[in-house]
Write a protein that binds this ligand. Structure first.
Ligand code: NAD
Ligand code: GLY
Length: 367
């Protein structure tokens, strides 16, 4: 099963290729006719030790066989290394290997490696090409597509960054075999998000599955469909609104309260996907309380999150007032109003400026 999804962003169109064992064709696809990166060019592969141990050699073999000169930069794993220091390390390797304007960087890893490599490529020589080879479910369906790149500042997540679209996104679903279950479930939170905000067919497919909590319980066919539908949803949205002037904001469904939960728990206790799951439950309840969503839809969303074994309640010890204060400092505040993405039916969402503190308080108090 191989699927190609075009991402027709004006000025920067590219493809997402979803193909089992695709890692072995990475070089051949980049060097194809016309080449995405000219064979003979230097490629800087960026990864972390865990991912590189599993997949580094295969990626390098594929690129070398296609005629590229490959060098590498292996950064420590983890969100806490998503810093400007790591970008400097990538740039140092780029300098030592004399990467030129026609060279490119290849991100082999999850969203942390993808965001950093994209930003390093966006800023090296004022911008060279980047290729995304995501290895977590979250990076496959979300982080690798759409060109948001960047690093964290000590004062906040993703505060430093640039839009820099990749030349190619290559998804090899087989690499998910080594992904820890908790990371898989985090990616599933974003998949369920696409079902709620964009694709009711995806939502129904997920409802029909027996189990969604581990990759091994999801057959190859359903996994391929999950990837295809989710990537198509992201491609549709970012192609219509590359720089988040409007529509793209719906991708933040569940993220408003999610970010508050993540930051208040120190980015450790609850991971990003888990926080988004909690945020989706809250946003669904708010929409229901505003008579925008019915109870049946609230229950269907909750059932999917529970089937995926994602958290659906606030973590112990978090208090509602703290969350309300954190919401005020979120990037999504505009002119003092917190902007919430709310569902209006399964498969459709919109951005609302009408959510009051009382509505948030009421929804959170029940969680
Ligand atoms: P991650 O990159 O930290 O990866 C999670 C863990 O999985 C890491 O320890 C990694 O070493 C390991 N891993 C990765 N692939 C593996 C594999 N195939 N086998 C075994 N282990 C593997 O986390 P993530 O959830 O992929 O990404 C989170 C990051 O993505 C955050 O920094 C977030 O801000 C960013 N993000 C960016 C966007 C965007 O649009 N740019 C969207 C969503 C999230
Ligand atoms: N992950 C949200 C976005 O890409 O806009």
């Amino acid at each position: 099963m191989k699927t190609v999804i075009p991402v027709p962003i004006p000025q920067h169109p590219y493809e997402i290729r979803i193909a089992p064992a695709g890692l072995d064709y990475l070089g051949a696809w980049l060097a194809g006719e016309p080449p995405l990166i000219r064979p003979g060019q230097k490629l800087l592969l960026v990864s972390n030790p865990v991912v590189f141990k599993h997949y580094g050699e295969r990626a390098i073999a594929s690129l070398t066989q296609a005629g590229y000169k490959v060098c590498q930069c292996i950064l420590p794993a983890g969100e806490r290394y998503k810093t400007l220091r790591s970008i400097e390390k990538i740039h140092t390797v780029a300098f030592e290997n004399r990467l030129e304007r026609g060279s490119a960087m290849v991100a082999l890893g999850g969203g942390v490696i993808g965001d950093m490599t994209g930003f390093a490529a966006a800023t090296w020589l004022r911008g060279i090409a980047v290729v995304q080879v995501p290895t977590t479910l979250l990076a496959m369906v979300d982080a690798s597509i759409g060109g948001k790149t960047g690093v964290n500042h000590p004062q906040g997540k993703n505060l430093i960054g640039a839009f820099h679209q990749p030349r190619l996104v290559l998804i090899d679903p087989q690499v998910l075999a080594t992904l820890p279950g908790r990371e898989f479930r985090a990616g599933m939170a974003e998949v369920i998000k696409y079902g709620v905000i964009w694709d009711d067919d995806l939502f129904t497919q997920l409802e029909a599955a027996q189990r969604l909590d581990q990759q091994k319980f999801i057959g190859e066919e359903l996994l391929h469909s999950i990837l295809t539908h989710s990537c198509q949803a992201k491609a549709d949205v970012v192609s219509q609104d590359e720089k988040e002037a409007g529509l793209r904001a719906i991708l933040n469904y569940g993220h408003t309260i999610g970010h508050a939960v993540e930051s208040l728990t120190g980015y450790r206790q609850v991971n990003h996907g888990e926080a988004v799951a909690i945020g989706m439950v809250a946003a669904g309840a708010i929409a229901r309380d505003m008579s925008l969503w019915d109870q049946a839809a609230v229950d269907r969303q909750l059932a999917l999150l529970q089937k995926t074994k994602l958290p659906t309640k606030l973590p112990e010890g978090l208090n509602v007032d703290e969350i309300l204060i954190a919401l005020r400092s979120d990037k999504k505040v505009q002119a003092g109003t917190v902007r919430f993405v709310l569902p209006e039916r399964i498969g459709k969402a919109f951005v609302s400026n009408e959510v009051t503190d009382d509505l948030v308080r009421q929804a959170l108090a029940r969680m």
